[in-house]
Design a binder for this molecule. Structure first.
Ligand SMILES: Cc1ncc(COP(=O)(O)O)c(C=O)c1O
Length: 405
């Protein structure tokens, strides 16, 4: 066993950091237990409940005795529901043997990286990124190549930036739209521009993480790269899941459609790690995907209202600037105007990490610092919580910003 300074930790694990968003949630919970009045805006999960029909399907599955091992990468019924979903919502043609189901989108992505990355293989990750991407690449033995996507570009990867980042070792480009943490979503034209670059590099694959697909607002219409670049389908992995759209984070079901050779390799990984995702959750996901979908736009409308509330209140806070994103349930305001200012106790706001720590201390609002997502100085707010709490939290943020001098 290779030993590092900590003695027990493996050299591989020593390369990764614990999830900072889970850490913020845990810290907020701890302060709450101590009796502090805390509003947690760190967690990336909808506050809505799992729909009743989905719960009932799970209960029925238990009663039917669907409680045994299943096919490693998903029961046929769920794969068929996913095939139908991809056709119905994305106009993508996948066959059942091109579908992979795993315990969460996180597990799907990790299986893809473990299946394909060798030492030194690179994965292009546009920043700001979901905190887990670089660490999953590292755990799988690959090398994350982080490409900064500044606010001026709408936090989106441009064709020029993509082309500049590609090397002979590039294995994957990762796209996440709508994005965690910025909510930024790609238009068809923007994806087409990226596809045009990819056509010149036939060895580069694309992993598109579409988990926030159903959370889009205003005039924006969701589009995934496979839809507009059918010629690239033999190197696109389309990842999705039920966690965010159906408020099923605890059930742990994610899925992907992709070329059969890749799906076969991912099954090989799952067969020696997790085995199948929970049988009961799989039956619940069948109902989520095949059952009524009419509540999706209703929930999206609730999130849109919250987005507008949060963006408006944050833009009224002294020193903050907050873009209005097209999707997901996050905003990513800039604290550029507050760097160098001091709290009433005289402590300087030197970074977004300092900002988040002081805000939690002074006003009991838990947010996640931008450095966790690879682009500073910003912070992330998850607005997947009630309007009342959001109003209270944004009021506290305004008060905190006004107190800085
Ligand atoms: C961008 C993104 N992808 C994937 C996931 C994974 O979700 P799950 O593993 O619950 O399917 C998350 C969860 O926070 C996410 O934000």
């Amino acid at each position: 066993m290779s030993q590092t300074a900590s003695g027990l930790e493996s050299a591989t694990l020593a390369r990764v950091k614990p999830s900072p968003t889970l850490a913020v949630t845990a810290r907020a919970r701890e302060l709450k237990r101590e009796g502090r009045d805390i509003i947690g805006l760190g967690a990336g999960e909808p506050d809505f409940d799992t729909p009743e029909n989905v719960k009932e399907a799970a209960i029925a599955a238990i009663r039917r005795g669907e409680t045994k091992y299943t096919d490693v990468d998903g029961i046929p019924e769920l794969k068929q529901a996913i095939v139908s979903k991809f056709k119905r919502e994305n106009d993508l043609d996948y066959a059942s043997n091109q579908i992979h189901v795993a315990p969460g989108g996180k597990s799907v992505i990790y299986n893809a990286f473990l299946a394909t990355l060798s030492a030194g293989d690179q994965v292009i990750i546009p920043a700001p990124y979901w905190v887990s991407y670089p660490d999953m690449v590292l755990l799988a033995g690959g090398e994350p190549v982080v490409v900064a996507c500044p606010e001026a570009d709408g936090f989106r990867l441009t064709a020029a930036a993509l082309e500049a980042a590609i090397t002979p070792r590039t294995r994957w480009l990762l796209i996440n739209s709508p994005s965690n943490p910025t909510g930024a979503a790609y238009s068809a034209a923007e994806l087409e521009a990226l596809a045009e670059v990819l056509r010149r590099y036939p060895d580069v694959w694309v992993l598109t993480d579409d988990i926030y697909e159903h959370l889009t607002y205003g005039d924006y219409r969701f589009v995934t790269i496979g839809q507009i670049a059918a010629d690239l389908m033999d190197r696109i992995l389309t990842v999705n899941g039920v966690s965010k759209a159906y408020a099923m984070t605890g059930w742990r079901i994610g899925y992907a459609g992709g070329p059969k050779p890749l799906i076969d390799l991912m099954r090989k990984v799952a067969g020696q790690t997790t085995t199948n995702p929970a049988s009961i959750s799989q039956w619940a996901a069948v109902e989520a995907l095949n059952g009524p979908q009419d509540f999706l736009p209703e929930r999206a409308a609730a999130f849109e209202r919250r987005r507008d509330l949060v963006v408006s209140m944050l833009n009224q806070a002294k020193g903050l600037r907050c873009a209005r994103p097209d999707g997901a349930f996050y905003v990513y305001p800039s604290i550029e105007g507050l760097i160098g200012k001091r709290t009433p106790a005289g402590r300087e706001i030197t970074s977004d990490g300092a900002f988040a720590a002081e805000l939690l201390d002074a006003e009991g609002v838990a947010v996640v610092q931008g450095e966790a997502f690879g682009l500073s100085p910003y912070f992330r707010i998850s607005y997947a919580t009630s309007d009342d709490l959001l109003e209270d939290a944004c009021g506290r943020i305004q008060r905190f910003c006004a107190s800085l001098d």
